[in-house]
Design a protein around this ligand. Structure first.
Ligand code: B1M
Length: 213
């Protein structure tokens, strides 16, 4: 039964059915389903990964991807505040954004949902975030970590620039840096001096928890 409800959410997103996706997520929120809020996020994540593969395989085109992104965002916007409310402890503040020149935000938003559910307070800078905006937010919010999402190889250099600017601003020693997204790797993280690479949102959230302990 529980997995049927999760499958229902994933199928609704895969069918690009905004109403069905949102209604099923609302049902989870209002206790009309056997699955948890976290299961709903997992179902959306799985569907988005399938959608990404369909795009890469040439089965789906940009219009479908953009609309899938809008549906996923509508569902996440309903789930994230509930996940935050359910967290029992506050574990610290994380400044998160997608680097300048990059507009991808589905993975970043999923990472935000998982980290919020774990008890982190997220300052979401959005997409296409200039270096200075990361620095200003780090100075103002004094976060536990700065998180950058980057999916395009042409924008990967931005990650190193943010880290260099954190150093230049005298902030690097007081914040951790975590990076994720399709253009990022463990090797790249080491090259640019990030503290961690997160291959997925769950691993990234576990890394944050380790830093918060
Ligand atoms: Co784009 N795109 N895209 N795209 N897109 C990629 C990244 C690409 C690999 C597809 C391909 O060609 N094979 C390719 C990049 C190639 C490269 O640079 N080497 C590409 C391209 C080329 C482009 C455009 C240039 C296409 C065009 O216009 N010709 C354009 C660029 C626009 C721009 O940003 N300036 C573009 C546009 C788009 C859409 C708008 C259509 C859409 C984005 C919608 C949106 O985000 N709102 C889109 C999508 C959906 C994709 C793919 C197919 C799927 C990405 C995704 O959302 N996956 C992608 C292919 C791929 O990634 N392999 C592709 C699902 C998501 C849940 O996974 O983002 O990996 P992911 O996030 C994971 C982990 O990586 C991790 O946690 C998440 C959940 O576990 N994670 C973090 C991510 N960020 C994290 C941060 C953390 C921690 C964990 O800490 C801070």
């Amino acid at each position: 039964m529980a997995s049927q409800d999760a499958k229902g959410i994933a199928d609704a997103l895969l069918n690009l059915d905004m109403d069905a996706t949102v209604n099923q997520v609302k049902s989870v929120i209002h206790g009309g389903s056997d699955i948890s809020l976290e299961d709903a996020v997992r179902a959306l994540t799985t569907a988005l990964e399938t959608i990404g593969k369909r795009f890469q395989d040439g089965e789906w085109f940009i219009g479908e991807l953009v609309y899938a992104g809008e549906i996923a965002k509508a569902a996440m916007d309903l789930l994230t505040p509930r996940l935050a409310a359910g967290a029992t402890r506050r574990l610290g503040t994380i400044v998160v954004g997608t680097v300048a020149g990059d507009l991808h935000d589905l993975g970043k938003n999923i990472f935000i949902s998982y980290a919020t559910a774990a008890g982190f307070d997220i300052v979401d800078l959005g997409v296409d975030v200039p270096v200075q905006k990361f620095i200003d937010a780090a100075r103002k919010r004094q976060p536990l970590a700065v998180g950058m999402s980057c999916l395009l190889t042409v924008t990967a250099g931005q990650v190193g620039e943010v880290i260099a600017a954190l150093k230049h601003a005298g902030l690097r020693d007081s914040v951790k840096v975590i990076i994720g997204g399709a253009a990022m790797t463990q090797g790249f993280a080491e090259e640019v001096g990030a503290d961690a690479f997160a291959p997925d949102a769950v691993t990234g959230t576990e890394t944050l928890k380790g830093w918060s302990a």
